[in-house]
Design a protein around this ligand. Structure first.
Ligand SMILES: NC(=O)CCC(=O)C(=O)O
Length: 260
C-alpha cells in the first residue's frame, strides 16, 4: 500500500489556513497514488491552548466531518492526525481514523500528556488503547509523547498490530529522540512505524519535520527533511508476519517475570 505522510506547516491558531492546507495536501497525496494518508498532531489549531475553547469541538464535529468527507471522496484510509476533542467530561488530544467508505474506525485520545508543553494543564489524558482493522491487518495509533512509553506499544504488538501511526508536533531540540524512539518502537515490536511530524514553528517551539516511515526491522524506508512536504513509501503489511516468524520476539517474552 502506498502511504503518504503530510508534513504540514501548522500555523498556531489559524484554523482556516490549516484546513485549506490539509485539504490541498490530502488531494495532492491522492493524485500521487496514496492509499493511506497520515496527518500530524493538532494540525488544525496547533498548540493554541490560550484559545482552547474556540478550538474544542465534539468528536462528531466539523473536523470529523471534514476527515470523513476526504476519506470517502478519495476512497482512502485517512489517519486524521489529532485535534482537541470535547468528549463531555473534558478536552482530549484525539486522533480519528477513517476507512475508504468514510466510516470512523478508530478514536484514540493521547494517553500521556507532556507537561513541558503544558498539555497537562489544559487537557485530559485518554484511558483507552484501541486497535483497528486496516484491510486484513491490525493497526494502532499513539500521539507524539506517547512513544516514550514502550508498554503502550507493546500492548498493540501483543494484540497483533502490524503498523503504528504516530501523529506528532515534536520540537527540534529533541529531534534525535524522535528518530531513535520511532526506530526502537519498530524494532522491538516488529511492526511498521509511521511518524508524521509538523514542520514550522509556534511561539515556543520549532518543529523540524523528519517524518519517518520505518520497517518492522527498523530500517528507515523514507525520511523527510525539515521543510513542509509529503513523504511517500510503499509498504507491505504482510511482511510483518515473516519478520515475527524468523525472530519470535513477542513469543519469547516472559512477562510473568517483569515487575513494571
Ligand atoms: N507534542 C508532544 O507530545 C511533544 C513530545 C516531546 O517533545 C517529547 O517527548 O520530547
Amino acid at each position: 500500500m502506498k502511504v503518504a505522510v503530510c508534513q504540514l506547516n501548522v500555523l498556531q491558531g489559524d484554523r482556516e489556513s490549516n484546513l485549506l492546507n490539509a485539504e490541498q495536501k490530502i488531494d495532492e497525496a491522492v493524485s500521487n497514488g496514496a492509499e493511506i494518508v497520515v496527518l500530524p498532531e493538532m494540525w488544525l489549531s496547533g498548540y493554541d491552548f490560550k484559545h482552547l475553547s474556540k478550538h474544542s469541538e465534539p468528536i462528531d464535529g466539523e473536523t470529523s466531518l471534514f476527515l470523513l468527507r476526504k476519506a470517502k471522496q478519495h476512497q482512502i484510509w485517512l489517519i486524521g492526525g489529532s485535534f482537541t476533542a470535547d468528549r463531555g467530561d473534558g478536552v482530549y488530544n484525539t486522533s480519528l481514523s477513517y476507512n475508504p467508505s468514510g466510516e470512523l474506525i478508530n478514536t484514540y485520545s493521547k494517553m500521556h500528556l507532556i507537561g513541558l508543553m503544558k498539555e497537562d494543564q489544559y487537557l485530559k489524558g485518554g484511558l483507552d488503547s484501541p486497535l483497528f482493522d486496516l484491510g486484513n491487518h491490525r493497526a494502532s495509533t499513539v500521539i507524539c509523547y506517547d512513544i516514550r512509553f514502550p508498554e503502550l506499544m507493546r500492548h498493540y504488538a501483543a494484540e497483533n498490530a502490524s503498523v503504528l501511526f504516530v501523529p506528532a508536533q515534536w520540537p527540534i531540540q529533541r529531534e534525535e529522540h524522535w528518530r531513535i524512539l520511532l526506530r526502537a518502537r519498530a524494532i522491538e515490536n516488529q511492526f511498521f512505524v509511521i511518524g508524521a511530524n509538523a514542520a514550522g514553528r509556534n511561539e515556543n517551539d520549532v518543529f523540524n519535520g523528519h517524518s519517518m516511515i520505518i520497517s518492522p526491522l527498523g530500517e528507515i524506508i523514507a525520511e523527510a527533511g525539515s521543510e513542509p512536504t509529503i513523504l511517500y513509501a510503499t509498504i507491505d503489511l504482510d511482511s510483518v508476519s515473516s519478520v515475527r516468524e524468523r525472530m519470535p520476539v513477542l513469543k519469547d517474552r516472559r512477562p510473568e517475570l517483569y515487575k513494571i
